[in-house]
Design a protein around this ligand. Structure first.
Ligand SMILES: NC(=O)C1=CN([C@@H]2O[C@H](COP(=O)(O)OP(=O)(O)OC[C@H]3O[C@@H](n4cnc5c(N)ncnc54)[C@H](OP(=O)(O)O)[C@@H]3O)[C@@H](O)[C@H]2O)[C@@H](O)CC1
Ligand SMILES: Nc1ncnc2c1ncn2[C@@H]1O[C@H](COP(=O)(O)OP(=O)(O)O)[C@@H](O)[C@H]1O
Ligand SMILES: [K+]
Length: 524
């Protein structure tokens, strides 16, 4: 089953595909550069139909080569174009494009003084660095980037980036040489024109926050991309339900001849009195996503707390591992959710029983804390488990992997280790599906399958209990026999879509109630 939208390529994969296209004679490097620059100019013109004044900033490599093509194309379209470039000898393709531009106009020094000395322009095009950036820009280029990112209204909302905002590592989304506390002053593009496929850095923070609208220009290498697809670990981007496969409504729908047990039975473990809200949110979400039955399992003393609605929810007290084992002898139970409001000690006590059954299970919140405390629990995880940590929980579960995410090493120009790498490593180590939460949620399976779900437009999800709803949604989907990787990815997608539909003012209680409308919009 292939559910997830457009493929994401790393920069190495992109370079390999470009080489294949060139080596096979499908296109020359010069033709690819001409297409890239022409398509970028086309997108800029679509966004700015009336020719105006453009300043094009061209760097030392092929990204600069694309910039010279953009300059030429805008010039021919009637724009007044000023080009700022470096006095270096780029590779042959970029050198050719540079020479073609020089037949039309001069190249001024690429410096902050020159940029700020220019008459104000309608647009600025960043063609300084693309996929070839290997180290932080030097102080002269940094001065230009800071200028473009400044509050000065001359530059605000006028930046078009070729492939990426310069300084961005397209493999991990970090801005090389930019301390976290200065990122607000980094250039924020209005639009990024990227080639063939999105790259991780367009989707991961902070890159996704700096890239603006990312448009993908088809430079004619999709045949080479498809030909090599089986050699890559699958990595996909899902932003909206439309990015998911057409099979989604059928997957989430219910067949006319099905009865409740055909749609599975989810167990939601609850905790001690006073903490019941979290598990009830999960249970509601599992019901709304179509699990045939949902049973909430608090300890006996907490039962009275769960007397209220929804009436569709069943309750059964579970005091210890033996009681859970007894419940799980019912072969119709098809998923378990442990964590929300559970309490760490209770989670630690119940986890071995739950894991021993090898039933699909969602492990969230306190279950993650229990696993972080006890390596023997980590060793019992299996490929039908879905771990749903936020960054703090992730760091406690996988401290060494999280430490590699630390950007200082990268900023010194060493290794690059992205949220994708970290989530994949965590999944490989635990043998479970891992969903690392955030505005750029990453889901990875032990098979290496991975997807990024971008929810940058729904910051109202950052509200207490929203993770509990996510866990319940995934538990509902797992109960319905949707495989763990897809259940996790779909839960992230439908969760964000519910928030999107509800809009500002959202609290976690609203999310399960919004699910029917999300499903209706999907024509489930
Ligand atoms: N390949 C293709 O067919 C196609 C590629 N396309 C385009 O090519 C772009 C990739 O081009 P690229 O590989 O030349 O790298 P690019 O991003 O221009 O920058 C690297 C240059 O900067 C240098 N450099 C690096 N870091 C530096 C620093 N901190 N400070 C100073 N210098 C630094 C580095 O030299 P170095 O000193 O590291 O040897 C090199 O000279 C890609 O993003 C897309 O726009 C499209 O045309 C489609 C077809
Ligand atoms: N700024 C944000 N933009 C979009 N989604 C977010 C943002 N912050 C958090 N989320 C999402 O909200 C949920 C929060 O989960 P979690 O941190 O576990 O909260 P809680 O423990 O209160 O339920 C996750 O699904 C996460 O991806
Ligand atoms: K660029």
């Amino acid at each position: 089953m292939m559910l997830f939208g457009s493929e994401i390529l790393t920069t190495a994969q992109m370079r390999a595909i470009e080489s294949d296209a060139i080596d096979s004679g499908a296109a020359t490097g010069l033709q690819l550069m001409e297409r890239a620059g022409t398509l970028a100019a086309g997108h800029i013109r679509l966004a700015n139909p009336k020719p105006g004044r453009a300043v094009i900033l061209c760097g030392p490599g092929n990204n600069g080569g694309d910039g010279y093509v953009v300059a030429r194309q805008l010039h021919h379209a009637g724009w007044s174009v000023r080009v700022l470039g470096l006095d270096n000898m780029p590779g042959p393709d970029a050198a050719h494009m540079k020479a073609l531009w020089q037949e039309l106009g001069p190249i001024h020094p690429l410096s902050d003084e020159q940029l700020h000395g220019e008459a104000p322009a309608d647009i600025y095009v960043d063609a300084i660095f693309g996929t070839g950036l290997t180290r932080p820009a030097d102080h002269r280029i940094m001065a230009i980037l800071k200028r473009l990112g400044s509050d000065d209204p001359r530059y605000r909302d006028k930046l078009y980036a070729i492939d990426c905002v310069s300084g961005l590592c397209l493999d991990c989304g970090a801005m090389l040489g930019w301390p976290d506390d200065q990122l607000s002053r980094a250039p924020h593009a209005r639009m990024t024109i990227a080639f063939d496929s999105p790259k991780p850095g367009h989707l991961l923070r902070p890159g996704c926050l700096l890239s603006g609208q990312v448009v993908i220009a088809d430079i004619g290498i999709s045949a080479q991309r498809r030909a090599a697809a089986t050699q890559r670990q699958p990595l996909h981007a899902i932003r909206r339900p439309g990015d998911a496969a057409p099979g989604l409504p059928r997957l989430l729908g219910k067949s006319p001849e099905g009865h409740k047990y055909r749609h599975g039975h989810a167990i939601i473990v609850a905790g001690a009195a006073g903490h019941g809200g979290a598990a009830r949110l999960s249970a509601r979400a599992a019901l709304r996503l179509g699990a045939g039955l949902v049973t909430l399992c608090p300890p006996q003393p907490a039962m009275p707390e769960h007397a209220g609605p929804p009436d569709a929810l069943m309750r059964r007290p579970i005091d210890d591992g033996a009681a859970l084992a007894d419940l799980l002898t019912d072969g119709r139970i098809s998923s378990i959710c442990i964590g929300p409001g559970c309490g760490i000690n209770r989670a630690a006590e119940l986890l071995p029983t739950a894991l021993q059954t090898r039933l699909p299970c969602i492990l969230d919140a306190d279950a993650l804390s229990a696993i972080a405390r006890d390596d023997s629990l980590l060793a019992q995880l299996h490929d039908r488990c879905v771990l749903t940590p936020h960054e703090g929980e992730f760091s406690r579960l996988f401290p060494d992997i999280a430490a590699r995410l630390h950007k200082a090493e990268h900023q010194a120009g060493k290794t690059c280790h992205s949220r994708i790498d970290a989530t994949r490593d965590a999944s490989a180590r635990s043998g479970a599906v891992v969903l690392l939460k955030g505005p750029d949620t990453v889901v990875a399976a032990p098979t290496g399958e991975c997807c990024i779900h971008s929810a940058l437009d729904v910051p109202w999800l950052a509200t207490a209990g929203s993770g509990d709803v996510l866990a319940g949604m995934a538990a509902g989907l797992l109960a319905r026999a949707i495989p763990p990787f897809h259940a996790a990815g779909l839960a992230a997608l439908l969760h964000a879509e519910a928030a999107r539909q509800f809009g500002p003012g959202l609290i976690a209680d609203d999310l399960p109630e919004q699910i029917p409308s999300v499903l209706r919009a999907l024509e489930v």
